[in-house]
Design a protein around this ligand. Structure first.
Ligand SMILES: Cc1cc2nc3c(=O)[nH]c(=O)nc-3n(C[C@H](O)[C@H](O)[C@H](O)COP(=O)(O)OP(=O)(O)OC[C@H]3O[C@@H](n4cnc5c(N)ncnc54)[C@H](O)[C@@H]3O)c2cc1C
Ligand SMILES: *[C@@H]1O[C@H](CO)[C@@H](O)[C@H](O)[C@H]1NC(C)=O
Ligand SMILES: *[C@@H]1O[C@H](CO)[C@@H](O)[C@H](O)[C@H]1NC(C)=O
Ligand SMILES: *[C@@H]1O[C@H](CO)[C@@H](O)[C@H](O)[C@H]1NC(C)=O
Length: 629
């Protein structure tokens, strides 16, 4: 007789097992055949593993070896006389994570901070506990190591607006040189563009795999009247094949780009698994003096002579500030954090680019978007031996482009971003996506299970300039507990309006000749809780958004940059924390307004720019020459 478990173990569990096995096979094969990607001797090493000790003090301590932090550590240690310590809570990047399609392996594991928002009936109703999942990298390179790597800088006007708010030095004209400084554009046709740089640390390439379906999607895009162009160039109005921070087709995090080449600098120490608790600020002189962190069970106090730069990301930078006595005085007192060094609106102004997603169109053509196309041994051998094939692409974002809603500020300032995705929540049958994004069973089973494994496409159609503002607060004085996150999505009616318009885009695309030809059909299963509403009506779309929206995890704004006259500002336009000496913040949290694009490229720019400001302030520009090698 056939044992009962054989019948009841669902396909998804077997596939999941296969996925895990595949991971280990891949890791093993990469060590065998791709020592260039494993790069065992070129990686960044922890100072204690190198047999060294913390020094008596450092000129600069950078907290967080993330997207911006790696840039800052590199640029500051260019000055030979400066001793720099870089502290990172996570460990080194994984080998498998260098393969673009394996990006999800960084999620929901030890390399992910795994934040969840506080429950709110206004959103994430279809997610377990009603809490949205927020991802952020806890690994060398930070979120640049787990991201989809799509390089989008934002609109010129985003930066001009920052300048208009009183942030001198942050207009588009001012920041463009910093985008170009770190860039090594490797795509033919863009190398000569006045908007791109060559020879910098970060290599930009096209992904080496785009699903065959993308051709149809781009034909549809052209039918709708959009131009194909470099959306990081003269104008944002149009679409392009995504390009990203890739090197020879593999991931190029900021750790790979900025730290590995300078790992032997004698004045740069990197300490991994070092969870920073707080910065000790002298209450009389209000000067940052020591950084306190816990590493492998031991607590360290390391002193700093010049400055601490906090680059711990949009959630953790405000957390560290608050634990150091910098934040809303009332809140800090309630938690017993004394003394309050500087009463500032740390944790406010939280913004996120949320997307209408999960509106799925099935197609009749076999277009290589399902799980088994990715987890195939032919894909593995293509990757290993030719650096090509299905594993070298990120199907969630094969194409990217912009659209203006009916309430956009001006025609050259679009407020919706679309990712074109030849895959969807159903295409891998609930093996990865459902589990990662914690869909409730009832939601998944109702909406996606009936079309599981079918070839499909969707767009992630995202609100670029939200008017709603969220905030975060400490849960406790215990630095290992995550802050409480209140995104307050869609509390402004304009956000709902733009998102509903955005959500209609994939429907328009599905009706183009190019997509009708391959039988594009809307998933007929209505969203859970929205069955009573007319399919695709405004009310239905709003309801579907409140059941399930996708964050691109490009949040920003919690340590707002602004002039001294701005009561909400936490840092000044040179990113110095108000009311404290020797303390700056440099990461996505300083953005006064989130930008019309992705946050990754701007974080590199912010790292470059703050480094130059620091060098200026300490009159060290003279010494800016790099070490060789
Ligand atoms: C899955 C995913 C995909 C994404 N894809 C894209 C994309 O394709 N394009 C795009 O533009 N944007 C993308 N983003 C967003 C973008 O990558 C991030 O906004 C950006 O990288 C944030 O950079 P950061 O410097 O602010 O922080 P991070 O890069 O997150 O760096 C913070 C660092 O500080 C460390 N740290 C935090 N707290 C402490 C502590 N207490 N002690 C010590 N160290 C600490 C963290 O471990 C981390 O290394 C994506 C985000 C995610 C999660
Ligand atoms: C990968 O590259 C090899 C060798 O250059 C080529 O023969 C093969 O067709 C390529 N495969 C794909 C899927 O592009
Ligand atoms: C902080 O929280 C962690 C996780 O809950 C716990 O293990 C630890 O004991 C707490 N520390 C203190 C000082 O309470
Ligand atoms: C760095 O120094 C060189 C001269 O060595 C100078 O030309 C360059 O402008 C400096 N860079 C910056 C960003 O100031």
């Amino acid at each position: 007789m056939i044992p009962a478990w054989l019948v009841t173990v669902p396909t998804t569990a077997l596939l999941f097992l296969f996925y895990v096995t595949f991971y280990h096979d891949m890791e093993f094969a990469m060590w065998m055949y791709r020592p260039d990607i494993v790069d065992a001797n070129g990686r960044v090493r922890d100072l204690q593993e190198l047999g060294r000790h913390f020094r008596d003090g450092y000129d600069f301590i950078v907290v967080g070896a993330g997207t911006a932090g790696c840039v800052v550590a590199n640029r500051l240690s260019e000055v030979k006389g400066w001793k720099v310590l870089l502290l990172e809570a996570g460990r080194d990047e994984t080998v498998v994570g260098e393969v673009p399609a394996m990006m999800t392996t960084y999620q929901t594991t030890t390399t992910d901070w795994m934040y969840k928002t506080e429950p709110d009936p206004g959103y994430c109703r279809g997610i377990d506990d009603g809490r949205c999942i927020w991802r952020s990298g806890k690994v060398l390179g930070g979120t640049s190591t787990m991201s989809a790597m799509v390089y989008t800088r934002g609109n010129k006007r985003d930066y001009d607006k920052w300048k208009c708010m009183g942030n001198d030095g942050w207009s588009y004209k001012d920041v463009l040189p910093y985008f170009k400084k770190s860039e090594d554009m490797r795509i033919d046709g863009l190398r000569d563009s006045p908007y791109h740089g060559i020879g910098g640390y970060v290599t930009l390439e096209e992904y080496r795999y785009y699903s065959p379906l993308i051709k149809y999607l781009f034909k549809g895009i052209e039918e709708l009247g959009y131009t194909l162009r470099d959306i990081n160039g003269e104008s944002q109005n149009g679409f392009m094949h995504s390009y990203g921070t890739l090197r020879n087709g593999f991931r190029c995090s900021t750790a790979k780009a900025f730290l590995r080449p300078v790992r032997d600098r004698p004045n740069l120490d990197v300490s991994l698994e070092s969870h920073v608790e707080s910065v000790i600020i002298d209450p009389l002189s209000k000067t940052a003096g020591e950084v306190v962190f816990v590493k492998r069970g031991y607590r360290y106090h390391v002193s700093v002579h010049k400055e601490v730069i906090i680059s711990a990301g949009v959630i953790n930078s405000p957390q560290i500030l608050m634990l150091s006595g910098v934040g809303p005085a009332k809140h800090l007192k309630e938690l017993g954090i004394y003394p309050v060094i500087s009463d500032l609106k740390v944790g406010d102004n939280l913004q996120d680019n949320i997307c209408a997603s999960g509106i799925v169109y099935t197609v009749d053509a076999p277009v290589g978007t399902t799980l088994l196309n990715f987890l195939s041994f032919s894909g593995l051998s293509d990757m290993l031996f030719n650096s090509n094939g299905t594993l070298m692409g990120i199907p969630a974002a094969h194409g990217v482009g912009f659209q203006s809603s009916s309430i956009a500020d001006s025609p050259d300032y679009p407020d919706i971003k679309h990712y074109l995705a030849p895959m969807a929540e159903n295409t891998e049958g609930g093996v990865i996506f459902k589990y990662m994004n914690r869909f409730t069973d009832s939601f998944y089973n109702k909406v996606y299970k009936p079309i599981a494994f079918k070839d499909s496409f969707m767009t992630w159609s995202c609100l670029m300039r939200p008017k709603s503002r969220g905030y975060l607060r400490l849960r406790s004085r215990n630095s290992t507990l995550h802050p409480m996150i209140y995104p307050k999505y869609m509390t402004h009616p304009d956000d709902v309006k733009v998102l509903v318009e955005a959500a209609r885009f994939s429907g328009k695309l599905s009706k183009t000749f190019a997509l009708r030809k391959i039988g594009a059909k809307l998933n007929p299963n209505k969203f859970l809780g929205c069955e009573h509403l007319e399919m695709m009506s405004d009310e239905y779309l709003e309801c579907s958004l409140r059941t399930y929206l996708m964050s691109l995890w490009q949040f920003a704004g919690t340590c707002k940059m602004g002039p001294a006259t701005d009561p909400d500002a936490v840092v000044d336009p040179r990113l110095r924390v108000y009311g404290v000496r020797g303390l700056r913040v440099a990461d996505a949290s300083i953005m006064p307004n989130i930008i019309t694009g992705g946050t990754y490229a701007p974080c590199i720019m912010i790292g470059e720019k703050v480094s130059d400001m620091i060098k200026d302030d300490w009159h060290q520009h003279f010494y800016n020459q790099s070490f060789s090698g």
